[in-house]
Design a protein around this ligand. Structure first.
Ligand SMILES: Nc1nc2c(ncn2[C@@H]2O[C@H](COP(=O)(O)OP(=O)(O)OP(=O)(O)O)[C@@H](O)[C@H]2O)c(=O)[nH]1
Ligand SMILES: [Mg+2]
Length: 529
């Protein structure tokens, strides 16, 4: 082994640079000390290199994020945003939705127990010998929802004060026969083990009851599946950032995808067995199975039918869907179908981010889908996502012409949608964003019109236009278009679609149409940069 002197250049630099003096090896360094020092320096270099690499990757990722598509799903509560998100998931990451199937059982159970409870409460009031109006009034006092508005509107209609003189007059109905009363009392008794589970189910979902809605809606923050069961579901995970909590359900890269898919095969069995251990869900499943005939009987009971027909009892579309499918969803070993998941209702709290890779000309573009809570108290959480939004899909449920906001029973839902749409169209932060409007719940609208519900009773300006889907849709479309035209400084195009976001087949072509139009604008703006 030879000893060498330090080069003169280093010596001269050392005198000028205090850092070099510190780093300079001690003058009489033993060969043992030297090898320790060299090892230490090599380790430090390794760490420094890895930090440099992490910074480089971060820069790369940030550069990539600029190229990502950020799509906001906006609209009032119950407009169909989360359902639309599920349709995106079904197209761009279908395995994740399939993996989540079992976790939706608790939501579906809740979506069954709530309406059963509501029906029984309505029948309770009815059996007390109240008039229909009193029942509606009490129900609404209890639920604090649009029914109170309806009851008031119906009463004033009877006094000849509403605009719709031709609307059918509802007369007081005789009380059900004693035998019916007995039947209902027996049913109520048999169903009590089921309704007693309601609050436990709400707690299980880990959500909070929505103040003022009174419908017993449960609001859940994103990531409820993982929190609710304490295990990872599909590819959902959470992170905390300056913007709050996010859930990621999606594929970030082909590599991660492959890894997750491999992992999902391994974890699927254990996820399922974990779920099997969920005692409450199992208990509700048993109770549901044992009293599904009673639920069916209740649902088909003439007294309930009559309350529904005269619209003193109004159940939401998901409640009707699960009641109609009660036999199947209450059978032993029930696993929710994709259709069931699309109909399941749970209110979103905050903002959930879902990431998908969407192919464009042979490469993948990362899409960030932001699914927001649409209730009034949730809308302030949208703003931090506005400044870099690439596109917006605004959902306006056209079936909601006879409904009022849970959070403000004085505001008609269509009116609220129009006001909200105006705010979105005129927001300066969003003026560059590609704008898509979904006139949603077309199927529910068609159903309501077929049942003879008249639009002009609720939207007096509708006047004597025909009460059919085409006329109603073009009337609402004209209003939304007008709002857009009046608030369109940037002269951007509005892409409008009539949708039923629960219809998977139709949504596939609508989503690919929307994707193409977003990409067209995206490529144009990329060419300008
Ligand atoms: N029949 C039918 N049901 C729909 C349609 N769109 C949404 N729904 C149902 O309406 C309910 C509410 O839909 P969500 O997607 O949860 O509404 P949201 O806009 O996410 O509501 P928030 O999270 O409260 O803001 C769900 O049960 C859906 O299945 C539709 O086009 N047709
Ligand atoms: Mg939602």
């Amino acid at each position: 082994m030879i000893s060498t002197s330090r080069p003169p250049s280093l010596r001269s630099v050392a005198t000028e640079d205090p850092l070099s003096a510190i780093l300079r090896p001690p003058p009489a360094e033993s060969s043992e000390d030297r090898s320790v020092r060299l090892q230490r320096e090599a380790n430090a270099k390794k760490i420094s290199d890895s930090i440099d690499e992490a910074i480089r990757q971060d820069r790369e990722r940030l550069k990539k994020r600029k190229e990502d598509v950020k799509l906001l799903l906006l609209g009032q509560a119950e407009s169909g945003k989360s359902t639309l998100q599920k349709q995106f998931q079904l197209i761009y990451n279908p395995t994740s939705l399939h993996e989540e199937r079992l976790s939706w059982r608790v939501v579906i159970q809740y979506n069954i127990v709530r309406p059963v409870l509501r029906i029984l409460e309505a029948l309770d009031l009815y059996a007390e010998g109240d008039s229909d109006d009193d029942v509606a009034e009490k129900m609404n006092f209890a639920y604090g929802t649009l029914e109170s508005r309806m009851a008031a509107s119906d009463r004033s209609e009877k006094l000849g004060r509403t605009a719709d003189a031709s609307a059918s007059r509802e007369t007081l109905q005789p009380s059900p026969s004693p035998s019916m009363d007995q039947q209902l009392t027996a049913l109520r008794l048999r169903l009590s083990p089921l309704v007693q589970l309601e609050s436990q189910l709400a707690n299980r979902l880990g959500g909070v009851s929505v103040c003022g809605s009174g419908k017993g809606s449960v609001m859940v923050r994103t990531g409820w599946q993982a929190r609710s069961f304490g295990i990872p579901f599909g590819k959902s995970r959470e992170r905390t950032s300056s913007r709050g909590r996010f859930s990621f359900t999606g594929q970030r890269s082909a590599l991660e995808n492959a890894a997750t898919e491999r992992k999902s095969i391994d974890t699927e069995a254990s996820d399922h067995s974990e779920l099997e251990k969920d005692r409450l869900v199992e208990e509700v499943a048993l109770v549901l199975n044992s009293c599904k005939g009673d639920v069916q009987e209740l649902w088909r009971h003439p007294a309930v039918k009559r309350l529904r027909e005269n619209r003193k009892l109004r159940l939401e579309e998901w409640a009707e869907y699960f009641m109609d499918n009660i036999g199947r969803v209450s059978s032993p070993g029930y696993v929710p179908t994709i259709d069931d998941i699309l109909h399941a209702r749970i209110q979103t709290m905050g903002v959930a981010e879902h990431i998908f890779d969407v192919p464009l000309h042979g490469r993948n573009v990362t899409w960030h889908l932001y699914d927001v809570g649409g209730a009034r108290g949730q809308r302030h959480t949208w703003v931090p996502y506005f400044d870099d939004a690439t596109a917006i899909i605004f959902l306006a449920p056209v079936s909601a012409f006879d409904q009022y906001l849970s959070e403000d029973p004085r505001t008609n839902r269509i009116d609220d949608s129009l006001q909200l749409f105006k705010q979105i169209c005129s927001n300066p932060l969003l003026k560059q964003a590609h704008l898509v409007l979904f006139l949603n719940k077309a199927d529910v609208l068609a159903d309501k019109l077929t049942r003879g519900i008249r639009v002009k009773k609720y939207i007096t300006s509708y006047g004597d236009r025909p009460n059919d889907v085409d006329a109603v849709v073009s009337y609402f479309k004209a209003h939304f278009t007008q709002v857009h035209t009046r608030n369109n400084e940037g002269k951007r195009v509005l892409y409008t679609h009539l949708t039923s976001v629960v219809d998977t087949k139709a949504m596939q072509s609508i989503i690919s149409n929307v994707r193409d139009s977003i990409f067209r604008d995206y490529l144009k703006s990329a060419a300008l940069v």
